[in-house]
Ligand binder design. Structure first.
Ligand code: AFP
Length: 322
């Protein structure tokens, strides 16, 4: 096992980026501590407020957002941040080299049932003259990310991270308070017999996705000729972690459930960072029409269709759209 910093320096990552990552992880350690305190922390349950996307905020969403925001902005490395819980971007140091998009607490519906939740982050660079108060400085495709990761608050607290040199896992050593690298160059097997999708939306999907999932469910009696297993954690951070650990395909397809919201997941702080991690682990991450990381974003809370995971299975799924 290796500590975080030496592992990063070996990969030639700039020192200021390492410092920013350490800052982010300091916030995540604090969140991990609060999550571990559970009902004793006084942050369980819902607030009376909604975020800009009309979702009721959990108390832990608000606390995690404040912690993450304060710690990263105070670091001086950051020109601006954008968060699921902030209406628009928040300016930081006018000389900061980086911008950070994050979902402070992914899987909010799992908070009160003591199930998997996590923090997702994505780091990009900005031009020297970028205006810290202009949200448009975030409008860069996922291919511009210099680092992406998530911290999963499970039975152990784990970090999955990439700086473009493979996807690596780290585990929080709670005794010493540092993330130790516990797995290098995670790889997703190209084939799988496991899928993750919210089946309750099936009647709202478009025909290609309906047909694809029907064939998986038909198992050995259908055209695939073998049985598939299904898992759904209801937190992208948990579902993607499973895909990175033991393979699988994860999808949050387009649906017709509500006319003004054809997609569920957010591009900048969910789909892009997860796509970077998955691609660095040998998987694919796409919409039904193209690679997610090549999308030109149009808003910091933009939503997108997501199909990711085992390369051959994602390709198989896409073949239903042709
Ligand atoms: P939050 O970021 O609001 O906690 O939403 C989590 C999430 O966007 C994503 O992590 C899950 O895949 C998805 O919601 C689960 O939603 P449903 O189970 O309601 O479909």
């Amino acid at each position: 096992m290796q500590r975080l910093a030496p592992a990063l320096r070996e990969d030639g990552v700039p020192l200021d980026l390492i410092s920013l990552i350490k800052t982010i992880l300091a916030a995540c350690k604090e969140i991990s501590f609060r999550v571990g305190q559970g009902q004793m922390s006084g942050v369980m349950g819902s607030t009376l407020d909604e975020n800009i996307q009309g979702e009721v905020q959990k108390r832990l969403d608000v606390v995690a957002n404040q912690l993450f925001k304060d710690i990263t902005l105070e670091s001086g490395f950051v020109r601006a941040i954008s968060s699921e819980e902030e209406d628009t971007s928040v300016p930081g140091n006018p000389n900061g080299k980086y911008i950070v998009s994050f979902d402070p607490l992914d899987g909010s519906s799992n908070i009160d049932i003591n199930s998997l939740i996590g923090t997702i982050f994505s780091i990009m660079e900005v031009d020297e003259d970028a205006d810290p108060s202009d949200p448009n400085i975030f409008m860069q495709p996922g291919t511009s990310q210099v680092c992406a990761g998530y911290v999963l608050y499970g039975p152990s607290t784990m970090l999955a991270m990439t700086t473009g040199n493979g996807t690596h896992f780290y585990t929080l050593d709670r005794t010493h308070g540092s993330f130790m690298r516990t797995e290098r160059n995670v790889q997703i097997e190209p084939e799988t017999s496991e899928f993750a999708v919210n089946m309750s939306n099936q009647r709202f999907w478009h025909e290609p996705m309906k047909n694809y999932i029907d064939d998986l469910v038909a198992g050995s009696d259908g055209p695939r000729g073998r049985n598939f297993n299904m898992r759904w954690i209801a937190a992208m951070v948990g579902d993607v972690h499973r895909v990175l650990v033991r393979g699988g395909i994860f999808a949050y397809p387009a649906d017709t459930k509500s006319a003004d919201k054809p997609y569920k997941l957010r591009l900048m702080y969910e789909a892009n960072p997860m796509s970077f991690l998955v691609e660095q682990a040998g998987g694919l991450s796409v919409t039904s029409t193209g690679r997610i990381m090549e999308m030109e974003p149009s808003g910091i809370h933009q939503r997108v269709e997501v199909i990711l995971g085992a390369k051959k299975e994602v390709e198989k799924c896409l073949s239903y759209y042709k």
